[in-house]
Design a protein around this ligand. Structure first.
Ligand SMILES: *Cc1c(COP(=O)(O)O)cnc(C)c1O
Length: 404
């Protein structure tokens, strides 16, 4: 079949919920993807911050193959080996205590919302509790996760959503404080907002939210689905803020391409929320997914992935700052670690720059309405960054000349 035939088949049979970029990707190697026409792309998107280890990690691939030969799925009615191992490793990595594995980030958010409601219900014997979420947040597309996603455009057609959600401004502690009522049971936020436009939280803000939660017995839920797993220079982004959440949600890089997520609770929350019968999943954290998590966490340790992120980040920042300096329609850079955004002036469309970059052999994505998002595999080298900068430079030059 030809490339065009694959595209046509997809358009004919896949529900049209994505405007896909016009390439058919076929295989990955190192930090490059190849399409069905043999074109090679340097991948600074990593399947949306998923493929942390790149495409050629032999240890990861061998572990999955070994697990496929043993058993892929058992259900959660029985114990199994990889899930036991993965739960201990993830609990220790988060600094929290109890893990529930899911199939996706969205499901981790759903679980966290249920935890918060159950916690408040047990404490007060009443329902109708409220959750404070942030404007410009993104937590997923199911009805619960969408309800705490601060984006009217995503929410509008699907109302009524779940009740009792109040929105506050990210990085504005007074705004959060003003939304607290007798009914507040949780505050949910991303430590670094991803889809909303790459906004890292200020230290005083995160610590302030922690304080508000402690003073009012409110659960602090941090969504680290995108910014966690070493991406910002610590295993979890909150570890650079000197606090622990009550609940953290994980997904994306945690399975390095195998669909898996988790919500992880501290002891107090775990002992005062979900019990058998309250929550469940057929697939969640099945042996294959758990083997992926367990192996990913081993590789992070053995290969010093987080240390590497810290070593390489200043170089990426320098290269991006140079581009922002060179082009006046790039009005700034925001980000933390290998989660970076270049802000594009309103007259320019990120989508057009992304297309030009792709034609030049570089995959990047957007965030918000005006940000070029770079979330590469965490194993990139200086040479990869040089190649990215060269290709992005060419794309920006082309964009500049077309606008003239
Ligand atoms: C991607 C993402 C989600 C949703 O995860 P899925 O695996 O797509 O369901 C939730 N929160 C954040 C911060 C994300 O980046």
């Amino acid at each position: 079949m030809t490339t065009n035939e694959y595209k046509e088949m997809s358009e004919k049979y896949l529900l049209h919920t994505y405007n896909r970029y016009p390439v058919v990707l076929e295989k990955g190697e190192d930090v490059y993807l190849y399409d069905t026409d043999g074109n090679k792309y340097l991948d600074f998107a990593a399947g949306i911050a998923v493929y942390a280890l790149g495409y050629s990690n032999k240890k990861f691939a061998d572990a999955l193959k070994d697990q496929i030969d043993k058993v892929i799925h058992t259900s959660n009615l029985y114990y199994n080996v990889p899930t036991a191992l993965a739960s201990e490793k993830l609990a220790k990595a988060t600094g929290l205590d109890k893990v529930f594995f899911t199939n996706s980030g969205t499901e981790a958010i759903e679980g966290a919302i249920k935890v918060a409601r159950k916690y408040a219900w047990l404490k007060e014997g009443t329902t109708d509790h409220e959750i404070i979420a942030m404007r410009h947040s993104f937590h997923g597309r199911s009805l619960g996760a969408l309800s705490v996603t601060g984006n009217d455009h995503y929410q509008e057609p699907f109302r009524p959503l779940i009740g009792g959600i109040r929105f506050a401004d990210f990085n504005d502690l007074d705004s959060v404080r003003s939304q607290i009522t007798q009914k507040t049971c949780a505050i949910i936020l991303e430590t670094v907002q991803g889809e909303g436009g790459i906004y890292p939280a200020d230290k005083e803000f995160i610590q302030g939210v922690r304080r508000l939660c402690d003073e009012n017995d409110i659960l602090m839920i941090l969504d680290e689905i995108q910014c966690g797993m070493g991406r910002t220079g610590t295993m979890f982004a909150y570890q650079d803020y000197g606090i622990l959440p009550d609940v953290v949600t994980c997904a994306k890089a945690i399975g390095a391409g195998i669909p898996v997520g988790a919500f992880v609770l501290n002891k107090k929350t775990a002992e005062n929320s979900l019990v058998p019968g309250d929550h469940g999943t057929t697939y969640g954290g099945n042996p294959l997914a758990a083997r992926a998590v367990s192996t990913v966490l081993d590789i992070y340790k053995e290969d010093g992935i987080v240390e590497h992120v810290n070593e390489i980040t200043p170089y990426l920042e320098k290269k991006l700052d140079e581009l922002a300096q060179k082009y006046d329609f790039i009005t700034g850079r925001r980000g933390k670690g290998l989660m970076q955004g270049l802000i594009v002036a309103p007259e320019y469309k990120p989508g057009e720059i992304i297309n030009t970059a792709r034609e030049n052999g570089l995959l990047i994505i957007s965030a918000g309405t005006d940000v070029l998002r770079l979330v590469p595999p965490l194993v990139i080298t200086k040479a990869h960054i040089d190649e990215m900068a060269e290709k992005l430079d060419a794309a920006l030059a082309q964009t500049a000349s077309e606008k003239k």
